[in-house]
Design a protein around this ligand. Structure first.
Ligand code: AMP
Ligand code: TRP
Length: 329
């Protein structure tokens, strides 16, 4: 029996934060190392063009994300690691999916509503059709599993709908993918703990390559709640609950154990320990990332060879699709 296929991607839009890590990247590495899946991980550069950018900056962000992937533990010997735009089948199949998707389905997407609200003057059509491209990314490879954070579930649901719709109309072609969530599928901002941690609000993010000093300063400033108890209570104690979850996900200690450990201790002791934990946890990552970024050659080679491999699979699928819908001569 061949292994089930698993795919996921991240947009190259700047430094990764601990939400990206605990919701997605940490799990990518664990799933890869479990040996249970045939894994594809890509850099979603086409998706990232929906937000403002400069060409020089984009180029840097792509290589930075490649360094993040490798420094965190993704391994080109175990997974196919590639750049989305190098595999032209993604954009091609996305177009076909757009013609099968209703405007209403796209306009209902939370991410579209939030982003178009923020960028009122410059709402580009790509922001709207984004989920059709994401469906293409997934369905091209017959992926059965997609590890993502909670904010991507709605998009994944559209991919499932499109797979069903296409199969029903044109015959069995696509696999319906299922999400894989982590125990921290929605890490909250450390300054606004009722909002999710997001790159658009950098002050609320802990970045993976923040220095120990930055981590310490940010965590000591993190918003906590009135009272002094270190206890999980997301409704009443959103700030401390978020920090507890981060602590638990990185240390592997269950939350009840942590609550016990910190009984009678105050917020500042807890925060000091958490800052130390975060700084230590990412120390190897920081070193590896720096080293990988000294030369771009290695990262470029990984992306080129991964993209060539992915193209073979994706092109085969687009041929099949064209045949099924009657546009092949
Ligand atoms: P993006 O940077 O939007 O491409 O997101 C990359 C991955 O990180 C996706 O799987 C997201 O669902 C996940 N992610 C982003 N923000 C968070 C967060 N605050 N908590 C958990 N997962 C997140
Ligand atoms: N939309 C995802 C995000 O913003 C990134 C992404 C693009 C993705 N294509 C994908 C994730 C396919 C999983 C599978 O986080």
């Amino acid at each position: 029996m061949s292994k089930p296929i698993l795919i996921s991607g991240i947009q190259p839009t700047g430094r990764l934060h601990i939400g990206n890590y605990l919701g997605a990247l940490k799990n990518f590495v664990e799933l890869q190392n479990s040996g249970k899946y045939k894994c594809y991980f890509f850099i979603a550069d086409l998706h990232s063009l929906t937000e403002s950018f400069s060409p020089a900056e984009k180029h840097k962000q792509i290589l930075e994300l490649a360094a993040d992937y490798i420094a965190a533990g993704l391994n080109p010997k175990k997974s196919t690691i590639f750049l989305q735009s190098q595999v032209s089948a993604h954009a091609e199949l996305a177009w076909i999916f757009e013609t099968l998707t209703s405007l209403g389905e796209l306009k209902r997407m939370t991410q579209f509503k939030e982003k178009s609200e923020k960028e009122k003057e410059r709402v580009n059509a790509g922001l709207l059709t984004y989920p059709a491209l994401m469906a293409s990314d997934i369905l091209l490879y017959d992926a059965a599993f997609v590890p993502v954070g909670e904010d991507q579930l709605q998009h994944l649901e559209l991919a499932r709908t499109l797979a069903r719709k296409f199969n029903k109309r044109f015959g069995k072609t696509f696999v319906e993918p299922k999400p894989i969530l982590t125990e921290s599928p929605r890490v909250m901002s450390i300054t606004h703990p009722k909002k999710k941690m997001a790159k658009s609000e950098p002050s609320g993010c802990l970045f993976l390559d923040d220095s120990p000093q930055e981590i310490k300063a940010k965590i000591s400033r993190a918003v906590t709640d009135s009272g002094s108890e270190i206890k999980l209570d997301p409704a009443k104690k959103a700030g401390i609950s978020n920090l507890l979850r981060i602590y638990s996900s990185l240390s592997g200690e269950r939350i009840p154990m942590l609550e016990k450990k910190y009984t009678g201790k105050n917020y500042s002791e807890f925060k000091r320990d958490l800052a130390e934990l975060v700084a230590d946890y990412f120390s190897v990552f920081r070193k590896k990332k720096k080293q990988l970024q000294t030369t771009h050659y290695q990262l470029q080679t990984i992306l080129k060879s991964g993209s060539a491999k992915a193209s073979q699979i994706a092109e085969k699928k687009t041929h099949e699709v064209k045949k099924k819908i009657g546009i092949e001569i």
